[in-house]
Each structure stands twice: as C-alpha cells, then as structure tokens.
Design a protein around this ligand. Structure first.
Ligand SMILES: Cc1cc2nc3c(=O)[nH]c(=O)nc-3n(C[C@H](O)[C@H](O)[C@H](O)COP(=O)(O)OP(=O)(O)OC[C@H]3O[C@@H](n4cnc5c(N)ncnc54)[C@H](O)[C@@H]3O)c2cc1C
Ligand code: SF4
Length: 337
C-alpha cells in the first residue's frame, strides 16, 4: 500500500475546504473516508491511489448520522451504517425495499461498518478494473482500452454500455432509491444542493472514469425517500450465484400503486445488468393503467431489455433480468400493506 496523509474533519466545511485545498479536490488525490470498505480495499489493490484521506466519521453526530421518519418521508444521513438502516423497524415496515436492498448486500460485518453514502459510490467489480496487471481499462487508466470487451464478460452489463466500458454498477441500495423517487442532498464549496437521486450516476459513454455528477470537494449529506403508496408496496429482489455475500447478477426494485388490480403508478429500477442503477421507464409506461396480469408483466419485462446488448458471456443476463423483474412485480402485487 502506498503512503498517504490522514486528516480528520470535525465539520462539513472543514472536510470540503481540506479536500479543495489539496491538489484539486476529492476526485483527484484526496478522498473522503467513511467506512473504508470500498476505498481501503481498492487502495490495497493499488487501484485507487489517494495521497490524502479525510476521515468524515466525526460528522456522524450531526444529520450525517441520523435516520428520521416523518409524515413526508424518510431521511437517512450519508454516514448511517448499512446495518442500522437495514434493521430499522420503521424502515422495514414502511419502506420495505429500502431495508431489503441493504439486508441483501455484502455481509453482516461489512454492513456494520459500511455507510449509505459510501455504498452508492462504490466502484465496479469488473475484474480487469480491480487487477492493475491489466493495463487496458478506460475507467482506471483513461484512453488505455477495455480488456473486458473481448475478455471474460459474465459479470458485465447489457444495458447502458459503450464501446469504452461495459462494467456493471455493483450496488443494490441505489436501485431502490431510484425506484422510490429519492432525492440526495449534497454540500459543496457553493453550499447545499438537492437533486433527484436518479441523476447522480453517469453512463460511461466516452468517459467511463467519470461515474457521477459529484463535484470536487462535494459531500453527500443525506437521502430522502418520500412516503408514497409506491414506497409502502415496494420490493427489492436480487439474484446471485450464491445466497449470501455476493453481488447481483440481476436485481429489480419495484414500487407499485395498485387500485383493484389496475396499476395506478409504478417505478422500476434494475441492477446487476446495467452500467448505472437503471430506471426502466419504458417498462413502467407499459404497466401504468393496465390490469396487472401475466401478459402485462411479460410485456414490461420484454421492453425493459429491448435495448440490451450482450457480449460473449453475459447474454444470459437478458432472460435472467426479465424473469427477476417479473418475479419482483408479482411479489409487490401480493404484498400485504
Ligand atoms: C466482499 C464485499 C462484498 C460486497 N457485497 C455487496 C453487495 O452485495 N451489495 C452492495 O450494495 N454492496 C456490496 N459491497 C460494497 C459495500 O457495500 C461498500 O463497500 C460500502 O457500502 C461502501 O461504504 P463505505 O462507507 O465503506 O465507503 P468508503 O469505502 O469509505 O467510501 C467509498 C467511496 O465513497 C466516497 N464517500 C464515502 N462517503 C461519502 C460522502 N458522504 N460524500 C462523498 N463521498 C463519500 C469515498 O471517498 C470513497 O471514494 C461489498 C463489499 C465487499 C468488500
Ligand atoms: S469494462 Fe470498464 S472497468 Fe472493465 S476493463 Fe473495461 S473499461 Fe475497465
């Protein structure tokens, strides 16, 4: 592991100013340290090489570490541990997909340490990205090519890919945030800003190394999930090679608003199959206003993957993704609320 300087921030302002003062900000050679389960892992592999870490854990005593549920919805600070949100009884009851997407992620030990903010910013598990002996990786080494295009592509994405990168987004929680219309609050050098969580991640296109719209020095402060019928009748379903401690091959987060078997409204986000947490808007449009029967579910699953592009080893994800989505919709439909 390379040597680095360790700082600690007592306030958000201190964290932001320290990040900006050092070599151009947090996306350059400075990184904020939350639970460290992604960052330290990648530093040990020599994939990430920050010269300075700023420990933001002291901010946990502020809104960064709080869970609050009110009439309007659910606030979760960016430094809330995954385990604390996953096991929170009111989240389990009123925002089931939020709890499920966290319960099904990683292991209990990692969930005890890892934070919600760090979770949405985790990096891809593409084996060529994580192994520096491969020079060709546009994400790690911009302009070098992509070893996965003609390599072993079983874990890679079929939606949102480009000829520069086909790495899949690995997390689970982000899909639920998108399906439940969550907002994210960020603090930066120009103050606070709030945006739709669905706008946070960027598809790779010609710049796979830029994964989000977060600006240098910007901190995620919290997430807000509105209390809606979609949130109450929500499901997160994950399919993986083994039943614990494994990333998704395909996942679906579904929020349903049903009225006598007719879909009044629906939100769908897909994981494991796309380069970013993937909103399946066309599938939602197919379901909205329709009777939720087998034919409607088939049509939604088909259209969700109509633009999919497979490589040599990941074609199976298209059918797996469709089935996962259908099962998630069916589970949401029979949920007792
Ligand atoms: C073996 C293993 C299995 C896993 N399985 C799963 C899984 O199945 N599903 C899943 O979803 N995840 C899985 N994970 C990923 C894990 O959930 C993430 O590593 C974790 O959530 C990251 O959170 P952290 O607090 O440790 O982030 P850190 O490692 O501290 O930070 C990650 C990145 O986010 C930045 N950051 C952190 N907090 C903020 C903030 N508030 N504002 C701005 N930037 C910030 C850091 O600078 C860093 O770049 C797995 C991890 C491992 C090691
Ligand atoms: S898929 Fe993306 S992350 Fe993987 S080797 Fe290609 S450029 Fe790198």
């Amino acid at each position: 592991m390379r040597p680095f300087t360790f700082d600690s921030a007592a306030t958000p302002r201190e964290a932001i100013e320290t990040a900006l003062a050092w070599n151009g900000g947090a996306n350059g050679t400075t990184h904020f340290l939350a639970g460290g389960t992604t960052l330290i892992d990648l530093m040990k592999l020599d994939v990430m090489r920050p010269e300075r870490l700023i420990d933001i854990n002291p901010l946990r005593s502020s809104e960064f570490g709080r869970i609050a549920i009110g009439d309007g919805g659910l606030w979760m600070g960016a430094l809330v541990r995954m385990a604390d949100a996953a096991e929170h009884p009111d989240i389990v009851r009123h925002f089931p997909a939020v709890a499920q997407s966290l319960q099904l992620a990683a292991s209990q030990q990692i969930r005890n340490m890892a934070t919600l903010g760090g979770n949405v910013l985790q990096r891809t598990r593409c084996p060529y990205f994580r192994d520096v002996s491969y020079r060709e990786c546009n994400k790690r080494n911009p302009g070098s090519g992509c070893a996965a295009l003609d390599g072993f592509s079983r874990s890679h994405a079929v939606l949102g890919t480009s000829d520069q990168c086909i790495a899949s987004y690995p997390g689970d929680f982000a899909q639920t945030l998108i399906a439940l219309d969550a907002m994210v609050d960020m603090a930066g050098p120009n103050g606070l800003r709030r945006m739709s969580f669905a706008e946070l991640h960027r598809q790779p296109q010609s710049r796979p190394e830029i994964e989000t719209v977060i600006q240098p020095g910007e901190l995620i402060v919290s997430f807000f999930v509105p209390a809606t019928p979609l949130a109450r009748r929500s499901v997160f379903l994950k399919v993986r090679d083994r039943e614990s401690y494994e990333f998704a091959l395909a996942s679906a987060a579904v929020g349903l608003d049903l009225n006598n078997g007719i879909v009044r409204d629906v939100r769908i986000a897909l994981g494991g199959v796309a380069t970013v947490p993937w909103r399946a808007s066309q599938a939602e449009a197919v379901l909205r206003g329709s009777v939720l029967d087998e034919a409607a579910q088939d049509a939604a699953a088909r259209v969700a993957f109509s633009g999919a592009q497979a490589r040599e080893h990941n074609g199976f994800k298209i059918e797996l993704g469709r089935r996962t989505l259908k099962r998630a919709i069916a589970q949401a439909a029979v949920l007792e609320i």
